[in-house]
Design a protein around this ligand. Structure first.
Ligand SMILES: Nc1nc2c(ncn2[C@@H]2O[C@H](COP(=O)(O)OP(=O)(O)OP(=O)(O)O)[C@@H](O)[C@H]2O)c(=O)[nH]1
Ligand SMILES: [Mg+2]
Length: 430
């Protein structure tokens, strides 16, 4: 198994600012307040999508921001909400924050709201009431939150390359993918499986090259045995036959290829029913070693029930591209045989904060700093426009109502400590 990983930063769209505006009325300089609310900022979703194969897109672009909400305007016009942003990942992707798993997006369509957008600020029309006829302030839009998350995907190989030692399995994977395995003319060069990602057009599939198999591999002989369980999970097998193993005194003895093929098949079938039943594509490698017409050889193989897709030369890059084009749809189709997707679900991380204004915590961080935390009170504070007298009065009113003003005063005593609500310093406004 191969781990694909990417760390990204997601930022919700900021809410748009509310608007301060007055109705235009005949003969009245300043009509009633008609400033509209700002639009909410866009959220970011992460969704499992079977049309994506790896996390490689997230290695080039790492910062994602949803759209901002628009400003409110006069005549009670509310700002437009920012567009949400959808990030698609292959099914099976884990979303983690540090070591915590926040979502396991197993099935097609499963999604998580990874960050919400900021709320749009209220316009001054919102604040009109019996005690406030002419509210001359509006809220600022709430900034979108930011989170750093890690995406993690265990890649199961779609295609397993099998065959005798030295048939060119590692050479092939090195040609079709960025994998850099050891390649040598002696047997059992490969000691552990190599994985590579093959990209054809805009899709990818994962290929696994395992140590060579030999007779009695199913009983543990050679090295291949312990890796048969890896290829048991592949969607399709790519069975490599090696022309050089059938060359006797310059001519090709097809019966030797048939023997090789059957010997490997026998081991697969003995190892497990699953492996024996797996779809298989047979290719004949090292075709560059002869200029002879290979048709009679292929015919003889076909007569023995072995359909060779094509002769290739991994080392000379002959036929490898066509082989990959042929494999792509088969590999993708096999993925569908993974159990059918259940209806989409939304996974949300638990929220420990009740979201009420009065749900807050006061922490004395050190002699000089007191910090108030709480989702709603922090949101309210960051949205307050401290440049406006009216907004500051409203801020003080709210603190009074929930008893926070007194609670801060108690904690602060005579200390003159700086007071923050979230990250906003507020001691000059309380
Ligand atoms: N002429 C020729 N030689 C090839 C071709 N492909 C691989 N070889 C050679 O065959 C030898 C074995 O290649 P590997 O890719 O290491 O074979 P392998 O199947 O991975 O071998 P093990 O890991 O030992 O099972 C090397 O010397 C390669 O250069 C080919 O298409 N033509
Ligand atoms: Mg090898």
């Amino acid at each position: 198994m191969f781990l694909d990983e990417a760390t990204i930063t997601v930022t919700g769209g900021a809410g748009g600012d509310g608007c301060v505006s007055w109705r235009q009325e005949k003969y009245i300089a300043k009509g009633g307040p008609d400033g509209g609310d700002g639009g909410n900022g866009g959220a970011i979703y992460i969704q499992a999508d079977p049309n994506t194969d790896t996390l490689s897109d997230f290695r080039s672009v790492k910062n994602f921001k949803a759209q901002k909400g628009s400003y409110g305007e006069g005549q009670n016009k509310h700002g437009k909400s920012g567009d949400d942003l959808l990030l698609v990942v292959p099914p099976g992707t884990l979303v983690k924050e540090g070591e915590n798993i926040i979502a396991d997006l197993k099935k097609t369509g499963e999604e998580i709201v990874i960050i919400t957008g900021g709320r749009g600020g209220y316009g001054n029309a919102h604040f009109k009431g019996p005690t406030r006829q002419k509210p001359d302030f509006a809220e600022k839009g709430e900034p979108g939150g930011t989170r750093e998350v890690t995406l993690e995907l265990k890649l199961v190989a779609d295609v397993g390359i099998i065959g005798y030692p030295s048939v060119g399995k590692s050479t092939l994977i090195s040609v079709i993918s960025a994998a850099k395995p050891k390649i040598a003319a002696y047997e059992f060069t490969t000691l552990v499986p190599n994985l590579g990602v093959v990209t054809v057009a805009d899709r990818s599939f994962v290929v696994c090259d395992v140590p060579g198999l030999i007779e009695k591999a199913s009983e543990g002989k050679g090295l291949g045995h312990q890796f048969l369980k890896h290829i048991e999970r592949c969607g399709v097998l790519l069975h490599l036959l090696d022309l050089s193993r059938a060359m006797v005194d310059g001519s090709i003895d097809a019966s030797l290829l048939i023997n090789d093929y059957k010997a490997i098949r026998k081991e697969l079938e003995l190892y497990s029913e699953t492996l024996g039943a797996k779809q298989e594509i047979v290719v004949l490698n090292k075709a560059d070693l002869t200029t002879d017409d290979l048709k009679p050889v292929l015919d003889e193989l076909a007569a023995a029930g072995i359909q060779v897709f094509s002769p290739i030369s991994a080392a000379a890059h002959i036929g490898t591209e066509d082989l990959m084009k042929h494999l792509l749809p088969i590999a993708l189709k096999e993925r569908e045989n993974v159990p059918e997707a259940e209806p989409a679900e939304v996974v949300l991380s638990p929220d420990t904060d009740s979201g009420k204004m009065a749900s807050y915590k006061i922490t004395r961080e050190d002699d000089r700093t007191i910090r108030v935390t709480g989702k709603r009170i922090e949101q309210f504070t960051v949205m307050t426009d401290f440049g406006s007298e009216g907004a500051i009065l409203r801020f003080k009113d709210v603190l009074e109502k929930i008893g926070l003003g007194k609670a801060i005063a108690r904690e602060r005593g005579d200390s003159k400590a700086d007071v923050f609500i979230g990250n906003v310093q507020v001691d000059s406004h309380i």
